[in-house]
Design a protein around this ligand. Structure first.
Ligand SMILES: Nc1ncnc2c1ncn2[C@@H]1O[C@H](COP(=O)(O)OP(=O)(O)OP(=O)(O)O)[C@@H](O)[C@H]1O
Length: 565
């Protein structure tokens, strides 16, 4: 590398400082020392910051060896003479005027370099834009066309540049702008050999207030239509995604929402809590309305996937023909009506949980497909060939006896065993009637909020009616009954009368007088006998059991029943 030219500057006022600033950025120059007798001279601070040596006496300055060039910027004759007399032989002295000339040349060079850089950038931009661009001078001579111009018009640049726009396209936007000195907008024309219809905008090029030429930018209409189509397609994708996002939900219930402390029920809650944290597939069985979906939500909410999607598919609610595409999605055109690619529930559930409600209603064909998905966690969209891998936890639910269905050939046995890794059996409400008061209490609080009422509870008789009913519709039915009773009640307490028309066969119970407050022993006896008979049934076997429960003989029971009738 060439040795740097060592420069010393004398006089760090305005002139010396501007020379200093220009020279310090030049690669081959090293400013070795600056000198000014005024301590607060403008450029000294700058030089100090740059770590350049500073002298305040000329003698000291001239003692420094190896300065190739001394720039005298003080502008004082005596200083210049002193330097010339005392400098080292090899040092060259340039006085301020010469230095300023040198600076102007350097600055001009820098400006030129900057213009070249901007020009390079502009050419790169013009070359890469999709719009066709053409530039003409004030006399109409075409100076520039970009590659898109040649692509759109099929006219090569070499052929076009040098022609006159007033001759080749006298009525075009560019010629009009040159003639009128004004911008032309949305000018429609047919251009080039290929007769392409375009929309053009042209504007004058004005330099220092003087019009130097004009530029036209145009685009084929087909490109615009294409862009519009793309925009419409993008809008469709956005609205599709919006619909899909709305389908994705996280679980809405937790274990805190599950009420029930009857031993048979509590063990189901315990098991559910335990398996929630694992990734095991779970089969929730139980009659309709026993809380299978509620448990599925709670399990997802307590799992490590709680912040990922929880997707519910009701296998009974989707038409059989759509079930496969609903699960696995489909590619555009996979079947009539498949106008766009659609993600299936399995893809939507990726990372989270899919809840397959009423799994017993899944057809055998889909069961076979689903079995593979359970094993491999991969599938193809309907009409697609790419394999899609997912990570989904499966929770299935049914109120049917899948094993029985499997024996009869309606459900795949292998799928049954795959799903039944953990079976969570939810008991029917009639098997944990002890929980009814707690459910009712929580339902009253919920419906008080909903209907703005102040119901406090039930009469004993009212509760008894609920306790004696069999609840074939389980907790859902209980919910409905309490809700309807709450709608009709005007008082703060719900009585048995509110339930009269709401539950299936309360007649036998309502005939029996309820015990409220203090009553004669005889009435109490009648009541207990009646309850025992209701509980065990009117058959001989039932009466035997009732007598045993009441701790009286069968004969006594028959006698008392005779008196009661
Ligand atoms: N243990 C419970 N505590 C509180 N609410 C419950 C409980 N079990 C069920 N419910 C409520 O009862 C209603 C029915 O429950 P869910 O829909 O979970 O039953 P399901 O077994 O999935 O019914 P189906 O088989 O008909 O789909 C829901 O509103 C649910 O919140």
């Amino acid at each position: 590398m060439a040795r740097k030219v060592k420069v010393g500057i004398v006089g760090m006022g305005q002139g010396g400082t501007s020379i200093y600033k220009t020279l310090r950025s030049i690669e081959h120059i090293e400013i070795a020392v600056v000198c000014d007798c005024r301590e607060n001279a403008q450029g000294l601070k700058l030089a100090r910051q740059d770590g350049v040596q500073i002298c305040q006496s000329l003698q000291e300055f001239l003692n420094i060896p190896e300065i190739d060039v001394i720039i005298e910027a003080a502008g004082v004759n005596s200083v210049q003479e002193f330097i010339v007399q005392h400098k080292h032989k090899h040092s060259t002295v340039i006085e301020a005027l010469g230095a300023n000339l040198m600076m102007s040349i350097i600055e001009e060079k820098e400006k030129l370099a900057e213009i070249k850089r901007v020009k390079g950038e502009l050419v790169a931009i013009l070359n890469s834009v999709q719009e066709a661009i053409e530039v003409a001078g004030i006399d109409g001579r075409i100076n520039y066309v970009n590659p898109s111009f040649s692509r759109v018009t099929s006219i090569p640049a070499a052929q076009r540049i040098g022609q006159n726009i007033f001759e080749v396209s006298p009525n075009g936007a560019l010629a009009r702008s040159l003639r009128t000195h004004e911008a032309v907008f949305a000018h429609r024309a047919v251009v080039g050999g290929a007769e392409v219809e375009v929309v053009a905008n042209a504007s004058p090029i004005v330099v220092d207030g003087k019009m130097e030429g004009a530029v036209v930018v145009f685009q084929p209409l087909t490109d615009i239509y294409k862009l519009m189509e793309q925009l419409q397609a993008s809008n469709r994708v956005i609205s599709d995604l919006q619909t899909r996002i709305n389908q994705i939900s996280t679980s809405s219930y937790t274990f805190d929402d599950i009420i029930g402390s009857h031993p048979g029920f509590e063990s189901a809650i315990e098991l559910a809590r335990k398996v929630a944290k694992s990734n095991s597939t779970i089969l929730i069985t139980g009659e309709s309305g026993t809380g299978k979906e509620l448990f599925a939500h709670a399990i997802h909410g307590a799992s490590l996937r709680f912040d990922k999607p929880f997707i519910k598919v009701n296998c009974a609610a989707i038409p059989e023909t759509l079930l496969e595409s609903e699960f696995f999605g489909h590619e555009k055109g996979a079947f009539t009506g498949a106008v766009k690619t659609k993600l299936g529930k399995m893809e939507l559930a990726n990372g989270g949980t899919i809840f397959l409600d009423e799994i017993g209603d899944m057809n055998l064909h889909l069961q076979a497909k689903f079995l593979r998905v359970l094993q491999e966690m991969e599938f193809e969209r309907v009409g697609g060939s790419d394999t899609i891998k997912v990570d989904v936890r499966i929770i299935a639910a049914t109120n049917r006896n899948l094993l029985e269905m499997a024996k009869q050939g309606y459900f795949r046995e292998d799928l049954y065993y795959r799903l039944n890794v953990v079976e969570l059996r939810l008991p029917p409400l009639r098997d944990h009637k002890g929980d009814i008061p707690a459910y009712v209490q929580s339902l009253i609080a919920k419906f008080n909020r909903k209907f703005g009422k102040r119901v406090k509870g039930l009469t004993n008789r009212g509760e008894e009616v609920l306790m004696q009913y069999d609840w074939p519709g389980n907790i859902r039915e209980l919910q409905n009954v309490v809700e309807r009773a709450m709608v009709t009640v005007d008082e703060e307490i719900i009585t048995h009368k509110q339930f009269n028309s709401l539950i299936e066969s309360p007649s036998s119970i309502s005939q029996e007088p309820a015990i409220e407050g203090i009553v004669p022993i005889e009435t109490m006896e009648k009541h207990l006998i009646h309850r025992a008979i209701e509980h065990y049934g009117r058959s001989v076997e039932g009466k035997k059991l009732a007598a045993k429960a009441l701790k009286i003989s069968l004969a006594t029971l028959y006698n008392k029943l005779k008196i009661m009738s």
